[in-house]
Write a protein that binds this ligand. Structure first.
Ligand code: ATP
Length: 591
């Protein structure tokens, strides 16, 4: 019954099913109304809906779910940000489609692009609803269970070797984090092209799908209902959810509402009985008091009672960081924005960022980040992946994160956003991809990206002497000590690839190259340093290259040179990198 991901991705006419695996109620035993009642009550947690079609999860997904459901991971909060992030992606998708076809948004509430969170304390259900693109029946089968993404096995492997569950979103399997807090999950979804369906699973290897004929019609979008485990009851507290949204979802570009309950004082008319009792107990009255009483009688008698009211409370203020002036954005805000943009919720801050506005023929705002670590699959499919890590917006409307032509491949490790005022809004993605402004945007982005990387080195006291600096500047610089070596460790290979691929910027890139040297106590040396020493007449320096650092370090040639007390600079890299680096080196030295 296991599904082959590739084969089944286009043909789901006969998706894999698990028949009679669940404790179905025999049809003869129940009346229609009982069945309806049972469906509507979203079933006890022991059995899924009996009439539903059953499917088996793809094996890797099943393993992933096992890991999650049995996890002792303490930071269970992460599920909420994953769901909100999915909701926001779904809203981005429908907003994008609406640029060329307004009809897709529908009317009334359905057209409202927002996220709603609701709690049902009695039934212990937490629901997150969006009016995004929604999922067809086929989408539900594919996206939530039968097609394993490339990140699934990578993440399972990571988890088996003690990885951090917090990174789940980076592997593209964030949805399954719901099983950290729930033992039964329903996904109700309505896509414009299909009927409303319910997906449900108890994370026991299978899921079920039924046409939804009992819930309130969603109009369009998705509602995820988490039937919380007993130990996750804290997520039924409004304050807890408000804190979490503030903490993790501050930068979501759609309004997030919580259905919150408040106790308010209300004036209500006093009951007849109460009034008469009060009157009965009144002792004899004087004339004056009688007059007062008469006046009181004219006004209706009221009392104040506490009443609970509920209303949608807005939890975020939907601000686009990149549209603000860089002077107004704090370092902490940049860091938090990076975490949310990159779905990288590790403890480390980004290594650097560049926030700028480009003016002239092509106007755009951009915010680029150097991540603290290289992602697990950075070089895995370097030449055949079209992935860009930049999100493209046009006038604040998210267009795509699949524009492979915004940055060259060797800079694909950067994360960020570009928001352009010049690009047209009402054309298809394909036409936009051809737009002439993109070339200008790309050129400027590369310049800014390389400047940002150069700055990392310039601010690092390991790289440059800081003797002219004031004490205050020195202590600030102390924080940046070693940052370029860290960068080089994580992304040096990308710079070398850039040297091969980007002839226009080769000299700029050459300045970012670093070499190890046998005499520098582990410090990295730059090309400039080597050149200045060559120019000052130093002759006992050699430069060798090889395919790997290990190979170089074992090289007998290196050993011989060091024995003679020569200093050897060495750089690892593929053959073509070595050749190009040598060329740059020799040209720079005038040889
Ligand atoms: N609220 C939603 N509306 C529409 N589609 C959704 C929604 N939630 C999930 N999906 C679909 O299910 C897929 C799987 O979600 P999942 O969170 O596991 O991965 P992802 O969103 O692709 O990656 P990441 O977790 O990094 O955001 C999504 O790619 C999307 O197609």
């Amino acid at each position: 019954l296991q599904v082959n991901a590739e084969e089944s991705s286009h043909d789901l006419a006969n998706p894999p099913k698990v028949e009679e695996k669940f404790g179905a109620v025999p049809h003869g035993l129940s009346t229609d109304s009982e069945v309806a009642q049972r469906e509507a009550e979203s079933i006890s947690r022991k059995t899924l809906r009996s009439s539903a079609e059953k499917f088996e999860f793809q094996a890797e997904v099943s393993r992933l779910m096992d890991i999650i459901i049995n996890s002792l991971y303490s930071n269970k909060d992460i599920f909420l940000r994953e769901l909100i992030s999915n909701a926001s992606d779904a809203l981005d998708k429908i907003r994008f489609l609406s640029l060329t076809d307004k009809e897709v948004l529908g009317e009334g509430d359905t057209a409202k692009l927002e996220i709603q969170i609701k709690l049902d304390k009695e039934k212990k259900i937490l629901s997150i609803r969006d009016r995004g693109i929604g999922m067809t029946k086929e989408d539900l089968i594919k996206n939530l269970g039968t097609i394993a993404k490339s990140g699934t096995s990578a993440f399972v492997e990571k988890m088996q070797s003690g990885g951090d569950l917090n990174l789940i979103g980076q592997f593209g399997v964030g949805f399954y984090s719901v099983y950290l807090v729930a033992d039964y999950v329903e996904v109700v979804s309505k896509h414009n092209d299909d009927k409303q369906y319910v997906w449900e699973s108890k994370a026991d290897g299978s899921f079920a799908i039924s046409e939804d004929t009992w819930n309130e019609p969603l109009g369009r979008g998705t509602e995820i209902r988490l039937h919380l485990r007993d130990e996750a009851k804290e997520y039924l507290e409004e304050d807890k959810l408000k804190d979490l949204v503030k903490k993790y979802s501050e930068f979501i570009n759609f309004p997030i509402y919580l259905w919150s309950t408040k106790e308010v004082d209300v004036e209500v008319p006093t009951d007849e009985d109460e009034t008469s009792e009060e009157e009965d107990s009144t002792p004899e009255t004087t004339e004056e008091e009688t007059e007062e009483d008469e006046e009181k009688e004219k006004k209706p008698k009221t009392k104040t009672i506490k009443e609970t009211t509920s209303e949608w409370e807005l939890l975020n203020d939907v601000k686009a960081v990149w549209l603000r002036s860089p002077k107004e954005v704090t370092d902490e805000e940049y860091s938090k924005f990076y975490h949310s943009l990159a779905k990288d919720f590790g403890d480390d801050k980004p290594m650097g960022w560049s926030h700028f506005t480009a003016e002239g023929d092509v106007e755009f705002k951009a915010l680029l980040f150097i991540p603290p670590k290289a992602p697990h699959d950075l070089y895995e499919s370097y030449y055949n992946s079209n992935k860009s890590n930049l999100k493209l917006y046009v006038r604040r409307v998210f267009i795509s994160d699949e524009f492979d032509d915004l940055l060259p491949k060797y800079l694909s490790f950067l994360k960020g956003i570009v928001d352009s005022d010049t690009l047209p809004l009402n054309v298809s993605r394909e036409m936009l991809q051809q737009h002439s402004s993109l070339k200008t945007i790309k050129k400027k982005l590369i310049r800014k990206a390389l400047d940002m990387i150069r700055k990392l080195a310039e601010e690092d006291p390991d790289e440059y002497s800081n003797k002219d600096k004031t004490d205050e500047e020195k202590s600030e610089m102390e924080e940046k000590k070693g940052q370029y070596a860290k960068f080089w460790n994580e992304f040096g290979k990308s710079i070398k690839l850039g040297i091969i691929e980007d002839a226009t910027n080769r000299n700029r890139l050459a300045k970012l190259l670093r070499f190890e040297s046998t005499k520098s106590d582990g410090k990295l040396a730059s090309l400039d340093e080597y050149i200045s020493r060559m120019k000052s007449g130093q002759k006992d320096i050699f430069y060798i290259t090889g395919s790997s650092k290990e190979q170089l370090e074992k090289s007998p040639f290196l050993e011989r040179l060091t024995k003679k007390n020569y200093e050897v600079f060495y750089a690892a890299g593929g053959l073509s990198t070595s050749i190009i680096v040598s060329e740059i080196w020799n040209t720079a030295c005038g040889k």
